[in-house]
Design a protein around this ligand. Structure first.
Ligand code: CA
Length: 230
């Protein structure tokens, strides 16, 4: 099945050209040219990736990006005609996955889309893992139970869960969750992890899944509850 991408771009010719290239690369492509209605469309259709123009009629790309991030981790590539805008956008920490400056070559955009998808596609469910993570709804389930996480908690769990046993430093986790380094302290990560652990304890009582490694960071590991080695 082809992955569905959304192009939000008000320059008709550009949008069409880009859509052609992406279709040729095997994607299913949808286009929207007005900022209004984008968030709703994304909520309903759940695209695999969004190319989002910054300056749009109706609503600007910044607002749209923020609003989408409140409920979804879908990869977003922001496009802008002003190279100097990119620094500002980076400073805002919108949670976009990449930025592309116009004019761009459609070929370059296709390459970036593929790179972002490769980077962000959730790993296939680990056979030894017992959780199910749904990035679209930010829900995690285990043994018929299900609960909803915040976007930050979900990103943390997704990172740890993708590599069971591997220790992630707080810095690495911060990079993964796209928080602003200037205002985020180690303690912020700790407090998000704490909340995550509390929720996981509800989901899988008696099983310690996210482990703190003193002075280093965190790792995910499932152990037999009967295993005394902890
Ligand atoms: Ca525009």
């Amino acid at each position: 099945m082809n992955e569905r991408l959304l192009i939000v771009e008000d320059e008709e010719k550009l949008a069409r050209l880009l859509a052609d290239y992406l279709k040729a690369a095997g994607f299913d492509v949808q286009r929207l040219s007005d900022g209004r209605g984008v968030v709703e469309w994304v909520r309903q259709q759940g695209p695999a990736l969004i190319l989002l123009d910054l300056m749009l009629p109706g609503r600007d790309g910044l607002e749209i990006c923020r609003e989408i991030r409140a409920f979804s981790r879908v990869p977003i590539i922001m496009t802008t005609a002003r190279v100097e805008e990119i620094d500002r956008l980076l400073g805002l920490e919108l949670g976009a996955d990449d930025y592309i400056c116009k004019p761009y070559s459609p070929r370059e955009v296709v390459a970036r889309v593929k790179a972002v998808l490769r980077r962000t596609v959730p790993p296939p469910p680990a056979t030894r893992g017992s959780l199910r993570l749904d990035p679209d709804s930010l829900r995690v389930s285990a043994g018929g139970q299900e609960l909803e996480l915040t976007a930050v908690e979900f990103a943390l769990l997704q990172t740890l869960y993708a590599a069971p046993g591997r220790i992630f430093s707080r810095d690495r986790l911060m990079d993964r969750i796209y928080l602003d380094h200037r205002v985020v302290s180690d303690r912020t990560i700790d407090s998000h992890v704490k909340k995550l652990r509390r929720k996981l304890a509800e989901l899988a009582p008696g099983r310690d899944l996210v482990h703190s490694v003193y002075g280093v960071g965190y790792r995910y590991e499932e152990r037999d509850p009967a295993d005394p080695d902890e």
